[in-house]
Structure formats: structure tokens, C-alpha cells
Ligand binder design. Sequence first.
Ligand code: 4NP
Length: 154
Amino acid sequence: MKKILFVCLGNICRSPMAEAVMRKLVKERGLEKEYEIDSAGLISYHEGEGADPRMKAHAQRHGYKLTHISRPVRETDFDEFDYIVSMDDSNWDRLHRLAPTLEAEEKIVRMTDYCHTHVIDHVPDPYYGGAQGFENVIEILEDACEGMLEAIDN
Ligand code: 4NP
């Protein structure tokens, strides 16, 4: 069993989207029993809320249903998960500060390091932008999640 936690700032746009994309890929490949997938945020401001309605609407157009409820990253996540996936440099820095041990820090990876078709170093935060930002997030995450599954599924 491999356990993946996707992390962004609010846990209402990028990381719940990443969670849905990875769940779909895992399901398509018949690997549901081999993966546990969750997401969390670095701020608790949206705790208890569903995903951003704009992210949900764009997701739906691409065949994804976002059901995750926002929750903050917990210290125990560093024990429970094998991969803690950050969306940008700020997430990366904050996760490193939260990680309780060196072993925990080694679990932190960058989502965009798994991209095959995008040459980028972060998943841009769509929260304060327009529709194109949400479309861009989905496109990047589909590329990155495919690359990640290919890289870790052995
Ligand atoms: P996310 O987007 O990190 O992709 O979920 C954001 C959600 C909320 C806020 C910022 C980014 N916020 O400032 O509340």
C-alpha cells in the first residue's frame, strides 16, 4: 500500500483537484487497493468546507467530482503517508518547517517534478485569478499525476 497526501495552501483548489485526478488514474488502472490518497492544506481557514465552487465546476467539465472536505496538515500525516506532495515553493518551505524529523522531510516531493509535458516548477495558485487559471491547474495535474503514478508504481 502506497499512501499519497497532496498539499496546497487552502486545500480547496489545487490539492483536492490533484486527489481527484490521482484517484481516477488509480481506478482506471485497477489499483484502488494499492493506494490511499488524501489531501490537506497549510492553513485551516477553509477547514470543513468543500472545494472552491469554481474548481468544482471546472473539474466537473473534465469528468471529475470533487468531494473532499478541507482539513489542515497534521503532524501525524508525516507518519501516515509515504509521499507528501507540495504544489509550490511556499508549500514546500512550510511543509519542511512542519516536518518533525529528517525522515519526515524526505517524504516531501514537488508535484511538478513529475510533469512530462510541462516545464514548470510550481502549480500556480488559481484562487485570485480567472477561469483560465483553473483550467491550467487541471492540465498540469493530469500531466503530473500520470508521471507520478508511472514513477512510483513498482
Ligand atoms: P489552494 O488555493 O491553495 O489551491 O486551495 C487557495 C485557497 C484559498 C486561499 C488561497 C489559495 N486563501 O487565501 O484563502
